[in-house]
Design a protein. Sequence first.
Lengths: 117, 115
Amino acid sequence: AQTVTQSQPEMSVQEAETVTLSCTYDTSESDYYLFWYKQPPSRQMILVIRQEAYKQQNATENRFSVNFQKAAKSFSLKISDSQLGDAAMYFCAYRDLYGGATNKLIFGTGTLLAVQP
Amino acid sequence: DGGITQSPKYLFRKEGQNVTLSCEQNLNHDAMYWYRQDPGQGLRLIYYSQIVNDFQKGDIAEGYSVSREKKESFPLTVTSAQKNPTAFYLCASSIVPDQGFKTQYFGPGTRLLVL
């Protein structure tokens, strides 16, 4: 079964600095999707960025980018120029390419990011 | 604005009582999902539905029930058989194309507490 591991329960970064959140996953599939979701104190889950495994180019969305290492099964999130509003719980998630009838997302346990002014 | 709404924001359940959490979406999405979130854990899938009048159990369906009578609505009932219902419940929806991200978009959640 597929699993997602986030080994950093908490991280801290200074405002305007860069931080990288780690995510590793385990799968026997060759094609799949990976996601990073942000959950601020309001607890609304917000999509941050997504990556298709069959694309070698790392996804970027403004200050957010990923380092996707398929062979290592690693999918880290880099936040540049950190802002106070980036403080949140961040979840890494995996989905099989076709997902079957479920379109099931498998989530990691999350990393709580604090941003220091 | 298109989106997903969940109500109530907070819900209190007495022992032996069934309670229903509401989830409504106006995104014209076919698929809807219910997740449970506990402290220190990721989200776990309770039920999902790809089409009206059809739904399937997820990983932790015991003690829960759902219905899908309308495309826009996917209510979750927490029954008295769920012995540990205290958690944060998130509803999500997505399109169901043959390919593509099928990204799931989430509602604001309902916090369920047992009295």
